[in-house]
Design a protein around this ligand. Sequence first.
Ligand SMILES: Cc1cc2nc3c(=O)[nH]c(=O)nc-3n(C[C@H](O)[C@H](O)[C@H](O)COP(=O)(O)OP(=O)(O)OC[C@H]3O[C@@H](n4cnc5c(N)ncnc54)[C@H](O)[C@@H]3O)c2cc1C
Length: 295
Amino acid sequence: MDLTNARSMELFRKLGIADSSRTKGENGGLKGAVIAQGEVDTWIVHLLLPLDIDHTTIDSNEAVCSVLGGVYARYEIQIDERLVRSTYRPNLAVARSYSGPKRHIFLAGDSARQKIAFGGYGINMGIGDAFDIGWKLAAVIKGYGKQGLLASYQQERRPVALLSVERSGVHLNVHMSLSEIIDGAAKDIDSASEKGEQLRARIHDHYQLHDNENKDLGIEMGYRYKSNIVFPESSGTEPEFDPTRFVPTTWPGWRALHVFLSDGSALSSHFGSGFSLVEFSDGTDRGAELLVEKA
Ligand SMILES: Cc1cc2nc3c(=O)[nH]c(=O)nc-3n(C[C@H](O)[C@H](O)[C@H](O)COP(=O)(O)OP(=O)(O)OC[C@H]3O[C@@H](n4cnc5c(N)ncnc54)[C@H](O)[C@@H]3O)c2cc1C
């Protein structure tokens, strides 16, 4: 992919608002994307390139005009300032192991897994990795955690990576599969004819049916950990995981529940800077005892 990050007041005036859009090539397949940054005059423009092309032969003005032109010829636009020019390859990859055999080195973020930008999972997942390995390393270095704690890092974070990497590929396919709907008749999208209307309706239906790219709350917030430091409930049924839905639960391994207490404060505002024991009392007040037993 070719990437140009640039300022252009002309583009801002023509789009009217700082907008984002994806453009199609002549065969109806994804050609590129124009994504607004900072809501005024700055955009990132992505152009899909075939694998065998030498990207140094493509000028960034050419790349921007080509993406803006979409199914038509290049669309001239004045670029006021080019901020960044780069290329990247969208990969779907997850490391087999998140650490060396002696656990002296750990992988986190994009070094552990890479995904396609669709869905926007990269940074959140990287922060999640850093948070997970961070407190465990601190515990082992300070002496209140054992080596087994470090093993739980991969057990917890790798399944999350597999899930989001796979899902980002699903989101990309939603755009790529549009070429089957458009079936070579991309210019009909602008046509006032009945054929044009039908094509627009099919595209609309396609995106209404496959709108998870910005809605997969289960992938972003609903995942749960299963590891050697998470002890399952001895009874009850684990709520089913759904990539599209956020299902709040106190099931072990799930993120701390967000609820407002009877005094109006959020539960999370009572968490301390270290560990917090939250007891959903069944009247037995055995929370601390159970914790010590498991430890
Ligand atoms: C076009 C594009 C759009 C994206 N959009 C989104 C989005 O909307 N939302 C989202 O959440 N994510 C998005 N991502 C993904 C996100 O950018 C990455 O997941 C995230 O930046 C990874 O962070 P990181 O710290 O793991 O790795 P990086 O950001 O790659 O940081 C690694 C750093 O290490 C440095 N480095 C490498 N080797 C060495 C060395 N030997 N010594 C010292 N330093 C070194 C590198 O220079 C770099 O600064 C996008 C990615 C791309 C390419």
